[in-house]
Design a protein around this ligand. Structure first.
Ligand code: ADP
Ligand code: MG
Length: 326
């Protein structure tokens, strides 16, 4: 069997079965946005790592070297935000082709460091190696957990499901670029995404979130991971999903569907969370960006999207899977 037959998530499942960890300072291992470990002083640390590969995650003709570095750090910052943690210590391993211009390589690292520092984290180390042709960036980030830790496995039936921000802009940007557009109103959503670190800090003050995940692989797919880990179902009401006006406008011009981008598009870096319905108004008041209730947690084991017509639903279950045949 090949990896493309097994799929990314089934492979990760196999990896997790190889692990027999019995350390009592490990709170949570494989399976969430971050691992959780106890420091000797009793603090909980959230640790994540994310790799990006030229040709898979980015193209040199679409992004500047600065943006490539910043986005690599953003993926990790988004994972610590999804645990409600505060970013602190970063490490970056880079594999670079020897013929790459020093100026460009330095600019990439400038983006990576700049994004870390913008959100309060420091780059403390890493590794630099030669690559045969593609650029690979592998970032690790350690965050400090706050009193409440948002895991994927603690949603309960009866709670509501909410999402930060407005979706679809990233999918719209990619579609417009593929269609040959140059001046794309949502391009920043793709090229300079903002991890919801500030919002995680504001939302955690309320203390009401039960479970959280970032939607870097697409809203429906990541909601599915939350279902799986929590042992619940989720019903998303399609007409409540916040789609950005700019994404709608791009979709109208291209005769494409903005809601599909919002439901399945990756790299949005918004947060999807569950909370008791009574806490939603406090959470909305605390956040400095829109927080929208899009559905509810049910007794069940999978995600359903209600209010979609058949053909759109059929094409919907294709979030990001690294080994999928494209
Ligand atoms: P995210 O999209 O939040 O970064 P992923 O979907 O990449 O999460 O990974 C899901 C879980 O599997 C995470 O806990 C991650 O740490 C773990 N994981 C993925 N690949 C590996 C691997 N090669 N070895 C160990 N753990 C892995
Ligand atoms: Mg994540």
């Amino acid at each position: 069997m090949r990896l493309q037959d097994l799929g990314e998530f089934a492979f990760i499942e196999r990896v997790s079965r190889l692990v027999h960890c019995e350390r009592d300072d490990v709170v949570l291992g494989i399976g969430d946005d971050c691992a959780l470990i106890l420091s000797p002083s009793g603090d909980t640390l959230a640790v994540t790592t994310d790799a990006v590969v030229e040709g898979v995650h980015f193209r040199l003709d679409w992004l500047t070297p600065y943006e490539i570095g910043a986005r690599a750090m953003t993926a990790c910052l988004s994972d610590t935000a999804a645990m409600g943690a505060e970013p602190a210590f970063a490490f970056s391993s880079v594999a670079l082709p020897p013929e790459m211009e020093v100026k460009e390589a330095e600019e990439m690292l400038r983006g990576l460091v700049g994004q870390a520092e913008r959100f309060g984290a420091c780059l403390l180390g890493g590794d630099t190696v030669a690559s045969s042709n593609q650029i690979i960036l592998d970032v690790m980030l350690i965050g400090r957990c706050r009193s409440q830790i948002w895991r994927r496995d603690s949603a309960s039936a009866g709670e509501v499901v909410a999402v930060t921000g407005a979706l679809g802009g990233c999918g719209a940007a990619i579609a417009a670029r593929r269609a040959g557009w140059t001046d794309i109103p949502t391009w920043h959503r793709y090229a300079q995404p903002t991890p919801r670190v500030t919002q995680a800090a504001l939302l955690s003050e309320v203390g009401a979130i039960s479970a959280c995940i970032d939607i870097s692989d697409g809203l429906v797919q990541d909601a599915g991971h939350l279902c799986q880990r929590s042992g619940v179902g989720i019903i998303i009401e399609a007409d409540r999903v916040p789609v950005s006006d700019e994404a709608e406008a791009i979709a109208a011009t291209l005769k494409l569907d903005a809601l599909t981008w919002a439901l399945t598009g990756g790299e949005e870096f918004e947060l999807l969370f569950t909370a008791p319905e009574t806490a939603i108004s406090s959470l909305q008041a605390a956040a400095d960006i829109p927080v929208t209730v899009i559905g509810r947690v049910t007794v069940g084991d999978h995600v359903e999207v209600s209010g979609m017509d058949g053909w759109r639903l059929a094409g919907l279950w294709s979030g990001w899977n690294h080994f999928a045949v494209r």
